[in-house]
Ligand binder design. Sequence first.
Ligand code: PGA
Length: 258
Amino acid sequence: MKRYLIANWKMQLNESESASLASDIVKRIAPQVADSDRLVTVLCPSHLSIGEVADAVRGTSVGLGGQDVFWEDKGAFTGEISPVTLKELGCNYCIVGHSERRQHLGETDEMVRRKAGALLRHGINPIVCVGETKEERDAGRRDAVVIGQVRAALDGLRPVGNQAIIVAYEPVWVIGTGQAVEPNDAAEVHSLIRETLLEMLPADIVERQCFVIYGGSVDSGNLAGFLEVPVIEGALIGGASLKADEFARMAEVALDLK
Ligand code: PGA
């Protein structure tokens, strides 16, 4: 079974810090990951550091991703990042719809859908983030919110060729808190996301090309508990991905699992 470990460095590092963290991680994990067909690792630095990180991961088994993208290829869109440029810089993955963008930048489900569509057009695997807030969970709306976000973000889209679509379930209220949800709690939502994908896409595509991963306070201590659950196919990791040793430990945990 293939699993993903995706590092979301957010806006935490400058260019030289990103470059040195990327080379440290590559040194520690690239040979082991290269020997495995079961683990995919991806580093998502902030946009301005992508070039440096691309240099560090080029030719290795460690992948590269963006943290956001615009839905047009080119034009008068001040400040935006084109999927063409991401591809040119070597990104094979890109996060879209992270809750921090939904919260601070007013990103809507429709914007997330357009962004995911642009990535698929350019052969970049989208990592689509979904998840409920504490208020939504307390109001008993966890499932409805998550299913609604998945439906809206992927409406009319499907992987091109052998591309992957990754859905990251991130309960918004545990991100960055050090307190993840219980793996069985996440598993319930993962199963629902899978069922939703099966309603939207042919079963063989969901089986082979769609992956549902968990994010929210994952670290080397709790990762195994998530990855042991078959419907949890990897993790999107923020804080704990900012230290090479810790990220390497997580890769080890993932590689040690059957
Ligand atoms: P965290 O962040 O691991 O620091 O909780 C995860 C994310 O926001 O993707």
